[in-house]
Write a protein that binds this ligand. Structure first.
Ligand SMILES: [Zn+2]
Length: 147
């Protein structure tokens, strides 16, 4: 990676982080259109739920800012927030699996979470998403500067 000269180490570190985030976002957007998303959902269903979760449609939506994903079991439709685009694959997979699981079990009872236990990165993905939500809120917190 080409780094502009005369950056302090902290600046350089920040710059590298920003660039890596941008690259990851581009890569993820390139990889996952609606078609790929549906294929991915099918693979995940086969891998973790013996193919029992069979959505009619899986697509990205841009009008969903407070939830990462949603599911209408009666229609078999799953929608994922475009805000997930650019996040690590294991996070997108987790949200997909979560919504797929709702096709099998409504609500968030023990049976639901038992289904998701099969996915090894459930806890990590949930932690990641919690971190994103917390980071989103940071600019609106009272400034802690100098106190
Ligand atoms: Zn849910």
């Amino acid at each position: 990676m080409l780094i502009p000269a005369r950056m302090s180490e902290a600046e350089e570190q920040r710059w590298v982080t920003v660039m890596l985030d941008k690259l990851a976002a581009q890569e993820s957007r390139r990889k996952l259109g609606d078609t790929e998303l549906a294929e991915r959902a099918e693979r995940l269903s086969v891998q973790y739920f013996d193919g029992r979760a069979r959505p009619e449609s899986v697509r990205w939506v841009t009008n969903q800012n407070t939830r990462w994903g949603s599911c209408t079991p009666s229609e078999g439709s799953i929608r994922l927030s475009h805000r997930l685009q650019g996040m690590p694959e294991y996070v997108v997979d987790y949200v997909l699996l979560h919504e797929l699981a709702h096709l099998l079990v409504p609500g968030h009872g023990p049976r639901f979470w038992r289904l998701l236990e099969a996915y090894p990165r459930t806890e990590r993905a949930r932690g990641y998403l919690e971190g994103v939500v917390a980071a989103d809120r940071l600019p609106y917190l009272p400034a802690a500067r100098g106190e």
